[in-house]
Design a protein around this ligand. Structure first.
Ligand code: HEM
Length: 216
């Protein structure tokens, strides 16, 4: 356990933990998006996909415990880093510049993180801790077709886009991909990835709210 202590003692160590857990969480998000995209193929395909997942039994429980651990590591380390940064800053900056990696995404990281945290709790109550005998297509249609909940999903997913845009960029930095020549490209790559992932997810509540035929 000594190595965990030494990782947590340095700021670089904590940033590496954020990068590694963030990368695995992004991988989960991407797979989750691929799974959710089956909804665009119609209700039968989507219900069959969800049933296939449920039939995996214990494998799913192991996956869920791993996922929960990753979320906890990411959130707790993020809070520690945030508090340390607050303590280390003698005075608030009077001017926020966009230079040196300071962007909308980076400035709002703690807030978008908090929104995603609330979203995940609501989301798990909606879809995970629920009656699994209701077909998933009906759940998505009924829940996300409600204006307040549908709009809450869209708002939270925009926070996911902002959080990812800076998160993926920092991930590259922590992995050592830091070169004047390529930084612009990496920044754009992170933005394109997060917007594509976000749009893929956002399409679902938008269709549930506005399409008469989605998942019916
Ligand atoms: C429109 C967007 C989304 C839809 C329609 C959706 C749909 C679902 C559904 C149907 C499940 C339940 C799977 C099952 O147990 O049968 C689920 C689980 C889950 N979702 Fe989402 N999801 C969305 C976005 C997100 C986002 C953005 C995140 C993370 C930031 C997320 C995180 C999770 C987690 C952690 C679980 C639990 C995984 C598990 O129990 O195996 N979801 N989602």
């Amino acid at each position: 356990m000594g190595w965990i202590n030494s990782l947590y003692r340095s700021s670089v160590g904590k940033k590496s933990i954020m990068a590694a857990s963030g990368m695995l969480l992004s991988l989960f998000l991407f797979t989750h998006l691929l799974g959710n995209s089956v909804s665009f193929m119609g209700r039968d395909a989507f219900n069959a996909y969800a049933e296939k997942l449920h039939s995996m039994g214990n494998l799913i429980y192991i996956f869920e415990i791993g996922l929960l651990t990753l979320f906890l590591i990411h959130i707790i380390t993020g809070i520690i880093l945030y508090l340390e940064n607050l303590g280390a800053r003698p005075a608030r900056y009077s001017v926020n510049t966009s230079e040196g990696g300071r962007s909308w995404g980076s400035r709002t990281m703690p807030y978008t993180g908090a929104i995603i945290f609330v979203f995940i709790i609501v989301h798990l109550m909606n879809f995970h801790f629920t009656d699994k005998s209701v077909p998933v297509a009906d759940m998505v249609r009924q829940l996300l077709g409600r204006p307040v909940l549908g709009l809450f999903y869209i708002f939270s997913l925009l926070a996911v886009v902002l959080h990812l845009s800076h998160g993926v960029w920092s991930l590259f930095q922590s992995m050592g991909f830091n070169h004047e020549k390529f930084n612009g490209l990496l920044l754009k790559g992170a933005l394109v990835f997060s917007i594509l992932v976000g749009l893929g997810f956002i399409l679902i509540p938008v269709l549930a709210l506005f399409s008469r035929s989605f998942l019916l």
